[in-house]
Write a protein of this length. Structure first.
Length: 114
């Protein structure tokens, strides 16, 4: 069983920045970030391949968020810039196994005030 530990959420004003971190218990997994706003479904935000050579983003965050990883520290990051109130959500780190999003973190709250 893979465990994912997230950190870095919090309260920030619109236009500000936050960085989320996720440390899996197993290294070199394809990783991603999702978010779930109140009353809405969980949606994909960003993906990074196991060695960091491939990244993808949802259109809603493209140009503002940056996903990266430091495999020496076995940690994946989501740098969130120019935050908007509509970015308010619980953010989840996830890991793929056999092509499926199989493992999830506990979630971290991000609140952006206007």
């Amino acid at each position: 069983q893979v465990q994912l530990v997230e950190s870095g959420g919090g309260l920030v004003q619109a236009g500000g920045s936050l960085r989320l971190s996720c440390t899996p218990s197993v290294p070199f997994l394809d990783m991603g970030w999702f978010r779930q706003a109140p009353g809405k479904e969980r949606v994909f935000i960003s993906f990074i391949s196991r060695y960091g050579s491939t990244t993808t983003y949802a259109d809603s965050v493209k140009g503002r968020f940056i996903i990266s990883r430091d495999n020496a520290k076995n940690t994946v990051y989501l740098q969130m810039n120019t935050l908007k109130p509509e970015d308010t959500a619980v953010y989840y780190c996830a890991a793929k196994r056999s092509g499926q999003w199989s493992y999830w973190g506990q979630g971290t709250q991000v609140t952006v005030s206007s």
